[in-house]
Design a protein around this ligand. Structure first.
Ligand code: 4NP
Length: 174
């Protein structure tokens, strides 16, 4: 999976992670990616945000089960407040990484042109154990094990994704 090139060279490469509610999967990915980008010296070159396709939880902090899994692994989940993706995000972000096929359909439905639709990709396309059509399963209705599984997938995927971002940022996009 190739990362789409930046739309505006005068700003950091802009990446949005999107799930359904923006309180479990995508904020987990945001927190992990932010840490990895900082460790890789890419904090100024790449910015990350997250959003949900739904509006039910806008303004709320992370789900306490997701926050607890993150805290257990040494991350700080406290700054998150949920937001909702809208069509303006196709201008504001260079790539929109979705957590499952349903999110992908919903986000692509917001796009006004094919170019924008092509900026939507599955997060686990960068997971060595995933692929371009593989979901991060929704943990909302499950137990703590589901949240631990999500964190494991996210950490594995974030490592590869940050590596790919580093190559592009440092080596060029052509
Ligand atoms: P997320 O999980 O999409 O990973 O944030 C969910 C959060 C809330 C709901 C569903 C999934 N919900 O139905 O409110």
């Amino acid at each position: 999976m190739e990362l789409p090139p930046p739309q505006d060279a005068s700003r950091p490469y802009s990446l949005a992670v999107v799930c359904l509610g923006n309180i479990c999967r995508s904020p987990t990915a945001q927190v992990v990616l932010e840490r990895r980008l900082t460790e890789a010296g890419l904090a100024d070159a790449v910015r990350v945000t997250s959003a949900g396709t739904g509006d039910w939880h806008v303004g709320e902090p992370m789900d306490r089960r997701a926050a607890s899994a993150l805290r257990g692994a040494g991350y700080d989940p406290s700054r998150h407040r949920a937001q909702q993706v809208d069509p303006s995000w196709f201008e504001r972000y260079d790539v929109l990484l979705v957590m499952d096929a349903s999110n992908r359909a919903d986000v692509r439905a917001l796009a006004l042109c094919d170019e924008d639709r092509e900026r939507v990709a599955m997060f686990r396309a960068w997971d060595p154990k995933g692929g371009p059509d593989v979901d991060v399963p929704d943990p909302w209705y499950g137990d703590a094990d589901g949240f631990a599984d999500v964190l494991e997938m996210v950490e594995r995927t974030a490592a590869e994704l940050v590596e790919a971002l580093g190559e592009r940022v440092r080596g060029g996009w052509s």
